[in-house]
Design a protein around this ligand. Sequence first.
Ligand code: FE
Ligand code: CA
Length: 515
Amino acid sequence: MGTVSRRTFLLGGAAAAGGAVVLGVPRWASAAEPTIRYPFTLGVASGDPLPDSVVLWTRLAPAPLNGDGLGGMPASNFAVAWEVASDPAFGSVVASGTSTAVPANAHSVHVVAGGLQPGAWYYYRFKAQTHISPVGRTRTAPASTTQPSSMLFAFASCQHWEQGWYHAHRFLANDQPDLVLWLGDYIYEGTSSQATDVRGYTVTDEVDTLAQYRQRYAQHRTDPNLRAAHAAAPWAAVFDDHEVKNNWAGNDPTTTSPEPGAPPIPSTRKAAAFKAWWENMPTRIPQPTTSSIAAYRRLQWGTLASLHLLDTRQYRDDQAPDGSCPVMRSSTRTITGATQEQWLLDALATRSATWDLLGQQVFFAGRDTGGDAADCNDMSTDAWDGYTASRQRITQGWVNRQVRNPVVLTGDVHRHWAANLHLDYYTGGQIVGTELVTSSISSLGSDTAPDLSRMPHIRYIGNQRGYVRCRLTPSQLTSEWVGISSAFQQNPSLVTSSVVRRYAVLDGQPGLVSI
Ligand code: FE
Ligand code: CA
């Protein structure tokens, strides 16, 4: 950590020496604060861009791996100055202010930097006492009534710390996308214990307290490639299961169980997990104060794209027992909850953008990997296959509303996939949408090749770690599945990335087109 901290500090110093405005130490706070060592070890991040504002994030943590989760900070408030400029040397500062980092939020800082121009790139940094943070790059969304000619976005999921190096984040950062969608499994609560593990946790057990969740997020942010991906572009992040507990379901403590029949997750554990997630994500959603969190939300990219970010964990019915067709196909079941489902369908009805992107956690298309009869074996009860009525209401819902370009973006399965969406996955028929699925950044994938004989709608499966990169224009979505050569190899000079598959989706024509 020392090397990284020194280098980033010198970068800040170089910017100041180049004639930029130096952030002032707030006079009202400086005298009372205990002196701290360099606190920006976890980097900077931004997220949830609107046309006139973006959320800026950092956290003060001179000793990020401390077991108490408090990052080596004294238990008092600290002033954190921030500034946004239109140039990387901060010669032209367009917004600035001071925020207070408080112990109750582990000295994390969420600033809504407002008064910005739509569709513009910016640079931002923080200062605490004499310490200057690394510089982050971010941007605002286009104005709501304009049609941008192009948008470059990337989406990713599943970064098990122990199971691989984060080279994929380095390549993603180098792409300089307009927006990064994080679709879940930012951390894993459990340990890996695989022969191929490349590194270990400092908390070696499953995490279940606020201190442990905080410490685990901090450990992830000590990775320079992950910090680079955050510093390169604004993120829009949602959580999946492992930010809390493997395969957890539901918002009611009496029905929540990680596996059918298992004891419920205590509401105190969910509250701790949500709080730590919120503290560490550059999001504008309100801070959770209980064991629930208002995570589903929408972003707009002019009239080019509506981005619906879903929460398929918190309001879902419990998973069906394996192979239980009567439960999986029950008409009353939901993976979104009724309120979120209506929120989504109402927005789809407005057709306010050319493309409707559904950023969400688990496999949406039918995925019967048994190749045998259409029973409910060989299907994931944790994915939309375990909630077929819920999927039907949404898919039929966008058909009924004549949604022009519905595209589902998915993580979770540690492989690249691409699929055409139908109303019925066994009879096929009309293609009504498209699903693009990203592999993991680092989490292990399965070596077993699934039998796809019953699933002609699934057009691609890859088994490399990586992410998906999409170029969106009014006429076409071009999707590139990026694979890295190895997540086990530590040396970055020995790891390459390549486009392992490429498909297009054409405006007004649901489904994958080879290009
Ligand atoms: Fe995962
Ligand atoms: Ca998952």
